[in-house]
Design a binder for this molecule. Sequence first.
Ligand SMILES: *Cc1c(COP(=O)(O)O)cnc(C)c1O
Ligand SMILES: [Zn+2]
Length: 418
Amino acid sequence: MSYMKALKCRECGKEYPKEALHVCELCFGPLEVAYEYDKIKGVLTKEVIEKRAPNMWRYKELLPIDGAPTVGAQVGFTPLVKADNLARALGVKEIYVKNDAVNYPTLSFKDRVVSVALSRARELGFKIAACASTGNLANSVAANAAAAGMESFVFIPSDLEQTKIVGTLVYGGTVVGIKGTYDEVNRLCSEIAGKYGWAFVNINIRPYYAEGSKTFGYEIAEQLGWKLPQNIVVPMAGGSLITKIHKAFKELSILGFVGPVTTKVFGAQAAGCSPIINAVKEGSELIRPVNKPNTIAKSLAIGNPADGYYSAKVMRESGGWGENVTDEEIIKAMKLLAETEGIFAETAGGVTLGSTIKLLETGRISRDESIVICVTGNGLKTQEALTGKINQPTIINARLQEFDDLVKAAGKEYAVKA
Ligand SMILES: *Cc1c(COP(=O)(O)O)cnc(C)c1O
Ligand SMILES: [Zn+2]
C-alpha cells in the first residue's frame, strides 16, 4: 500500500506519473514526491511507529515505494547522542550528535537514500544500479546493489580517498574513475543515464532517492521524544539532505506528531567549496558554481549543487544561516568530537562541528538553545586527511624499564603496587 500521490514540479506544480522522471518538461523545475497526508494520518500514529523494528522503514508510509522494501531493510535508526562533554567544551546548554557514522551497511547517511532509490528502482523494473559519487554514495550503491543481486556501475572523480575507492571495489561492481571534478563526473553520467537507461540513483530517479534523507529528520524528532530541536546544523554537498530534513519536520507537524516547525536550519560547507554558503552570506538567490573545489572534505566537494537554491531558501526562511570552514578548522573539529565524545567522524563531520563553533561565536546560534549536529560519515574512510596532523604512537622495545622511563618522562603520578 502506497501513499505516494504523484511526482510534482517544485516550481509550477504540474503533476507527473510515479515513474523514472526528475525534471518538469514545462519549466525544467525539479520533481518531488507528493503524498496523501490525509490518508497517512488515518493509519500512522506515534504508537504504531514505536512498535516497529528500529530501522528507517518504521516510517514507510512516508517513503516513496509501493510494496515492502527490497533493498536495505536494516538501514537507519542510528544513535542520537546527548553530547554533554562537547556541550561543556563549547559552553552550550544542550547539544546532540545524530551519528550516521555508524549507519548500516556502509557507515554513512547515504545508505538511507540508496535503499529507497534501489527499492523503488526495482519496482520500476530497473536491473542495473548506477551513480555519480563523491565517495560515500559509491560505497553505498556498490554494497546495496551487491546485496540485492543487482549489477552496479559507479562513477567517481579519480582522486578520491583510497579507502572510499577500496570500499567500492570490494563489492565487485564496475568502478569508473573520471579524470575531473565531481561536476564533470555528474555531467557525463547524465549523458550515460539518457543513453543506457540505468537507474542512476541521484540523477534519473533522484526524486525517490532524495526522500530517503527525510528519515534522518524523523529519527531526530522521535529520539528527542517527538520534539524538534531549536537549531540543526547540516553538512551540504548537493544540498538535498538539508532540504529533506526540513521537509521531514514539516510532515511530522502536518501529521500532528510535533508542534509547529520553528527549528532554525543551518548549512555547513568547506571553505574550498562553498557555493551555497557564499549565496547565503551575500543574500543572493543565485548559486555561483565553484569550478575547482579544493578541500579535504571531498564528500562535500560539489561545485554546482543541484539543490543549492532550495537549501539556501530553507536556511533563509527558517531563520537559520550558514558557515564554512578551512581544512585546518575541519581537522581541529574532527579531533574535538573524537576527544570529547569518542566519535570519529569523517571530514564532513569536521565541517559541521567547525561551522557550528563559528555560528556560536558569531551569535547566530544561541548557547542556551538546543542544537543537533549531523554527523553523516565515518572517519575511518578519510584517514589520509589526518596524516601528519595527529600524534604518532610512542615506539619502545618490549621491556618494562623502557615503559617505566616513558611514564617518568610524562611527569604524571600513577600509583604502582608495592
Ligand atoms: C553526500 C554527503 C552529504 C550531503 O549530501 P547532499 O544531500 O548532497 O547535500 C553530507 N555528508 C556526507 C558524508 C555525504 O557523503
Ligand atoms: Zn514545472
